[in-house]
Design a protein around this ligand. Structure first.
Ligand code: GLN
Length: 479
């Protein structure tokens, strides 16, 4: 592993083998070296502030009062509100926007001793799969600069891949944490619906999305998840549950107790090379004692259209708030009426993919089309949820995280359907509300590819323990 896991860094800081200030200086140096070509950060805190915070962490570490993330550097996706840095969701609409309050997850990071480095690039309003749709220019994949890092949390994944932070937050509406993890050789978790507070998340499609942890190892993701998970009185959709996972005492799963199901529908359209890598990982798990079973869940073929129909409908409703009255972007010339203000603001301040989704979202909700599209999609969603609840009661459902390794820049954005097709495996977990973990399963044509595990609602601990089995026992680390 080119850079150490946050877990190792934490252990070394506690034992006194690693000086947090020296570590931060290294991370800052990598940011300076890589940002020019990768463009993963949209905004960065000042170096002297970061080093100052790190200095204070040293005192706590010395006095034995270290909190769970003491001295660790964490990057935050730019759709998560922060008080000290702008929050733009990579949209021109929110250029320079400084919210009046902070997201609960960010408060929790600070309370746990984390030091925030900056805000990461993403597809505008999290609508996309490659991070090419940012209003501020694309992020490139540090593994291969000609390729995309995946999206929409591509900035967070890229930062982890080049060592520009120790941990990162992303958000996942239909794959936005897991696909970037797959393309960059990192790890990401889409938590159970309701596990993590969304207070302070700029919404895209509320019934589908969650904020989640990203890292360079499974235990890193467990650590960050343990800090951000849990009930929040300011987000009534959070579950009243404590003790989601204890990263200290997380042991690899015993393969003899493991049953994996692979729905053939989730392999359709997958590149042969990726499918081969997936098969060989499953073969190894089988050899170590796991039971692997091929299953059929035909309704999963409808997951992608159902997802996009619902996501666009919710996006259209959420984005109605951007009418030119509250947020920073204004038309270039003075409008003559309220209607013109609204129209011109949206015309000039939204990117074309966001506009497409608003138009489609309004269309699928319109009288005469609502039954045919929106209601049909919600019925499919119910069937998918039932099928996945039944399946994950019996087994961990597995597939490659994405159908291909990271595409080249420009390869997919010309054709929206090709872009959407990248999410064919990931959207199921969002429709079902169940947790899903993506971790590296080796390389294909020199590029990293991920495997995704889906478990029962609130089954994060099992997924993370399976992740440890694959990473620590079978040796599928980053890289
Ligand atoms: N690519 C999917 C979309 O554009 C998912 C994005 C996400 O998870 N935020 O809707």
């Amino acid at each position: 592993m080119p850079f150490e896991s946050a877990w190792r860094l934490k252990e070394e800081m506690i034992s006194g083998d690693l000086d947090p200030v020296e570590h931060a200086a290294h991370v800052l140096e990598r940011i300076r070296r890589w940002e020019g070509s990768v463009h993963a950060y949209l905004s960065l805190r000042r170096e002297d502030e970061i080093l100052g915070d790190t200095g204070r962490a040293v005192e706590r570490l010395r006095s034995g009062k270290a909190r769970p993330l003491e001295g660790l550097l964490v990057a935050v996706k730019d759709n998560i509100m922060t008080l000290d840095l702008p929050t733009t969701a990579a949209s021109k609409m929110l250029k320079g926007f400084k919210p009046g309050y902070e997201a609960t997850v960010v408060e929790r990071l600070r309370a746990a001793g984390a030091i925030i480095t900056g805000k990461t690039n993403m597809d505008e309003f999290a609508m996309g799969s490659t991070t090419e749709l940012s209003a501020y220019g694309p992020t490139r994949n540090p593994v291969d600069l000609e390729r995309v890092p995946g999206g929409s949390s591509g900035g967070s994944a890229a930062v982890l891949a080049y060592g520009g932070a120790d941990l990162a937050l992303g958000s996942d509406t239909g794959g936005s944490i897991r696909l970037p993890a797959s393309f960059t050789g990192t790890v990401g978790l889409k938590p159970t619906y309701g596990a993590v507070s969304r207070y302070g998340l700029i919404p895209y499609a509320n019934s589908l999305e969650q904020i989640g942890p990203m890292g360079r190892s499974v235990r890193d993701v467990a650590l960050l998840f343990s800090v951000i998970a849990g009930w929040d009185p300011r987000d009534a959709t959070t579950l009243r549950r404590t003790g989601w996972v204890d990263p200290e005492n997380l042991a690899p799963l015993d393969p003899h107790s493991l049953r994996i199901c692979t729905p053939e529908e989730l392999l359709e359209g997958t590149d042969a090379s990726v499918a081969k890598r997936f098969d060989s990982l499953l073969g190894e798990l089988e050899e170590s004692g796991a039971v692997v079973e091929e299953v059929r869940i035909p309704v999963l073929r409808e997951a992608l259209p159902a997802y996009y129909t619902i996501a666009m409908a919710e996006a259209a409703s959420n984005l109605a708030r951007y009418d030119g009255s509250l947020y920073p972007c204004r038309p270039s010339t003075r409008p003559r009426s309220w209607e013109e203000l609204v129209e011109r603001t949206r015309t000039e301040c939204f990117g074309s993919e966001v506009k497409r989704r608003i138009l489609m979202g309004v269309y699928v909700l319109s009288e005469g089309y609502r039954d045919q599209f929106y209601l049909a999609a919600t019925r499919i969603r119910r069937l998918i949820r039932n099928a996945m609840m039944a399946a994950t009661r019996r087994c961990i459902v597995a597939s490659p995280t994405g159908p291909v390794p990271a595409p080249r820049l420009g390869e997919r954005i010309g054709d929206p359907l090709k872009l959407y097709a990248l999410d064919v495996q990931t959207v199921t977990a969002n429709l079902a509300g169940i947790p899903s973990l993506s971790q590296p399963m080796g390389r294909v044509m020199g590029l990293p590819v991920g495997v995704q595990w889906m478990g029962p609602s609130m089954g994060e601990e099992t997924l993370l323990r399976l992740g440890l089995l694959v990473e620590e026992v079978l040796g599928y680390g980053r890289g």
